[in-house]
Design a binder for this molecule. Sequence first.
Ligand code: HEM
Length: 425
Amino acid sequence: MLLHFGSQPFLVISSSEMAAEVLRTHDQKLCSRPYSQASKRLSFDYMDAAFSPYSDHWKHMRKVLASEFLGAKRSRLYKNVMEIEMEGVVRSLTSHTSSTIVNLDDMFLSIVNEVVCKVAFGDSYSEKKFNGMTLKEIVDESLVMLGGSFSDIFPTFGPILDRLSGWNRRLETCFSHLDGFLQMVIDQHETKTSDQEKDFVDDCTSGLTTYELKALLVNVMEGALDTTAITMVWAFSEIVKNPRVMQKLQNEIRSIIGRKASLHESDVANMTYLKMVVKETLRLHPPAPFLLARECVSHCQIGGYDVLPGTRVMVSSWGIGRDPRNWKESSTEFCPERFENTPLEYFGGSSFDMIPFGGGRRGCPGYNLATSTAEFTIANLLYFFNWETPNGVKNEDLDMEEQGYPFLRRKTPLCLVPIKYNRQD
Ligand code: HEM
């Protein structure tokens, strides 16, 4: 479907066949990102790997992110941090009284925040503030600003509206908070002693300019935190709403772990039903209902229609994941078994029937980190605890209303009661 917002043509894609044309057949012609005031400013003038136009610079930054943050080099630190974090969470939940209600939206976000910050910055930074704001608050504000401005759509009179409405000032404030916080992090690394384990910032300070490093750190924070936490919230919501799935999953996890006192990251490798549950969650609830916008760089044809340079392409991962033509009449049901006897990869492959991480050369490089974090966290919480809905709400009546953009969250937080599982039973 071709739409016009102001002076901008937008092509909206909502079928897997058309998605395959965009993300595979014409990937090279549709692999740039559109200009916007906020993406330019908040990526330190397109020094980053997510919003930069297609260029050698983007290729280089993506490579650095993949090898220095997401690659094998960081994975040992990541596994250690994750295991220590989960031990703390299990200890804290165990100390609750039997009727304590836990807000899982907050808990999952805090887990991801701790782990990602410790791997990137070497410290949690969750309590640290710059000008009275935490890093998470600053990143949330940056996501709001990335929603766009009048001048992105109406180049002639938009700039006047942006100035009068205070949008320009708000963008500058957001940028100075982001820049200031990250400068504080970099400055604190200069006083680090040589015996401390090296983190992402340590390893990148010599190879990148300060703006390049800051831009990549913003990509990590914007790309990893909400998306991974939202995946876990939706997975847990579906598990609790479907007691059959919860039972089957707990049987798998508990039979693989036996009576061990703690889980290791490697234990998850054989949990195939868990992987099916996470995959089914991403099909029904892709955290980003639309992929990051693409921009056409040279003429191509999609579905027989001409797509001209400058056209913005929006691909609906939400619509494609629920399309009854691919997923039959059970397309809106949560049924992990649909992935039995199919490859369990989360990204790549030949099918475009579900694309929570996009595809092609601009596809999400963080899918492995995100899914292994989700799998490990869920395995721990279902191994050590049974979970009940509070206040007499029946599991099957759990509210599943969605809201939000750019990320689709639960409308109401997921609140549950953990009951410690007695392994001697
Ligand atoms: C469940 C979690 C996640 C989801 C659902 C998700 C989803 C996405 C989507 C839909 C895109 C756009 C893909 C496209 O245009 O084809 C994307 C891009 C990106 N994601 Fe993720 N993401 C997740 C986790 C992460 C993590 C953990 C990182 C860690 C650094 C990350 C970093 C990025 C970056 C840098 C890009 C831009 C890639 C480029 O333009 O070349 N994401 N992600």
